[in-house]
Design a binder for this molecule. Sequence first.
Ligand code: HEM
Length: 148
Amino acid sequence: MRENLSPETIAIVKATGPALRRHGVEITTRMYARLFEDASIKDMFDQAAQASGEQPRRLAAAILGFAENVDKLQALDGAIARMVQRHVDTGVQPDHYPKVAAALLPAIREVLGEEVATDEVLAAWAEAYTFLADILIGKEQAAYAEAA
Ligand code: HEM
């Protein structure tokens, strides 16, 4: 896992975060359309939505929001602990993370267009996502090991 993201990546993610959030619903809708082509992932969310009474739409919004806070994650410890808990409850595994990235990044490009969502912008978002994913994966694996 990387110690930290580069200042360039942080600057790009922060600069493009507001545009992504403005188009959040559209990005989310497209992301889930791609992600739920995998029935095993769709089932995880159906169950989670039933259990919590919430729509899984929060996931994409959370990823965008947390990526914008990549440079001050220590302030988000409580929120991260909650995510880890939800993920452990719903059985999220390390190999799910690339699938979410593969659904999210093309959705960003489709909605913002390639003039805004350039290769450089998408690479920065991919890096920020991976950085967060590594933190969550580490904590989730520790929680699974403890429960076993
Ligand atoms: C960096 C990547 C990710 C972030 C930042 C993230 C964040 C979150 C957040 C904030 C929640 C809501 C927690 C709460 O109830 O307060 C959540 C729930 C959830 N996440 Fe993740 N997540 C990520 C990756 C994933 C992956 C890879 C999967 C697997 C497909 C996944 C599946 C779920 C499920 C099933 C829920 C419960 C949804 C519900 O309550 O309806 N997440 N996630």
